[in-house]
Design a protein around this ligand. Structure first.
Ligand code: PPE
Length: 307
């Protein structure tokens, strides 16, 4: 169960958690056109708290809304303020932050007419996405029977609600089959991403991740590419096949929720030694330093706030 907090920001006002409700004829509930973000706030080493890459997440939220032709009655600055306000109202020194923009009720039918665009910001405590153990030991993933979106079927650059039907189906299948996560191939059969994370492999010291073509432009992915290069690793953005993953020395996932989660098995094949690899653990350690304010070179990625 999600850990309930006091308040949710709803269309400009903080309302009690239990009163943040909508009508059942909410357009997004029926047709899936809505956009959201997943953001994390961490306690920093100096005893404060900071939201990680807040501006970039809010920018992506508005880009998603633009792609979906949703006319949002707020500015990016309004949402940045709303997020900090909500964290403070809930006295959360560390949190997962979920802004969501959706089409409200009014007319029914596929065309949303002039139904209002509504916005919420919810915040709560969310620990390790795939479990504490996953971060340390790595996870087992399985190629999904579901294909990732074609770029003209869903808008893959938008973090849109409806896009996640594909993720939910793939995730349920993987979990029912005893795996932690689903590996999604694109419509040409190449590795794309997982249901809520981007994917990387390491082979002969080179780190490889699929290009942005049909995947979500992960903010953690971008951070990790920068960080890895700073640490002296070679990083390439290149298509690869599932069998290249099978023979990789290491593999790992990145995402706001999943942070950096190593992969120890793909389709019953052990990756490397069948445990979290050294490059993955190195990057994970350095990533946690950045998000907790322990790397001065990336202080600009942190938005500090007090509770
Ligand atoms: N791909 C997908 C499909 C995806 O959903 C995410 C984030 C990423 C890549 C990584 O993006 P970024 O967080 O910017 O590095 N998934 C969010 C939602 C997870 C959920 O279960 O809900 C997240 O990590 O917050």
């Amino acid at each position: 169960m999600v850990q309930k907090t006091d308040k949710i920001w709803f269309d400009g006002k903080l309302v009690p958690w239990d009163e943040a409700n909508v009508h059942v004829l909410t357009h997004t509930l029926h047709y899936g056109v809505g956009v959201f973000e997943g953001i994390r706030a961490y306690k920093t080493v100096d005893g404060r708290s900071a939201v990680y890459r807040l501006k970039e997440h809010v920018k992506r939220l508005f880009d998603s809304a633009r792609i979906m032709e949703m006319k949002v009655p707020h500015s990016e600055e309004d949402i940045v303020k709303a997020i900090v306000e909500t964290l403070q109202a809930n006295q959360l020194a560390e949190a997962y932050i979920r802004p969501l923009m959706f089409i409200g009720d009014g007319v029914m039918g596929v065309h949303p007419g002039k139904n209002p665009i509504r916005t919420i910001v919810a915040t709560w405590f969310w620990g390790a996405y795939l479990g504490e153990e996953a971060l340390k030991k790595g996870i087992r993933i399985k190629t999904s029977t579901f294909t990732r979106h074609h770029v003209n079927v869903m808008m893959t650059k938008a973090k849109a609600c409806g896009n996640y039907v594909n993720s939910v189906l793939a995730k349920m299948e993987a979990v029912a089959d005893g795996y932690d996560e689903a590996l999604m191939l694109d419509t040409s059969g190449y590795v794309s991403e997982c249901t809520g994370e981007n994917i990387f492999l390491v082979r002969n010291g080179v780190i490889k991740t699929p290009p942005l073509t049909s995947i979500l432009a992960g903010i953690t992915r971008e951070s990790m590419i920068k960080l890895a290069r700073e640490l002296g690793y070679e990083v390439v953005e290149e298509r690869f096949t599932r069998d290249e993953l099978y023979s990789a020395d290491e593999a790992f996932l990145t995402g706001t929720a999943a942070e950096l989660t190593p992969i120890r098995e793909v389709d019953r094949r052990r990756i490397g030694k069948g445990e979290a690899g050294p490059v993955a653990l190195h990057l994970q350690k350095e990533y946690f330093k950045i998000v907790t304010g322990d790397n001065a070179a990336h202080a600009d990625w942190l938005h500090y706030y007090t509770v």
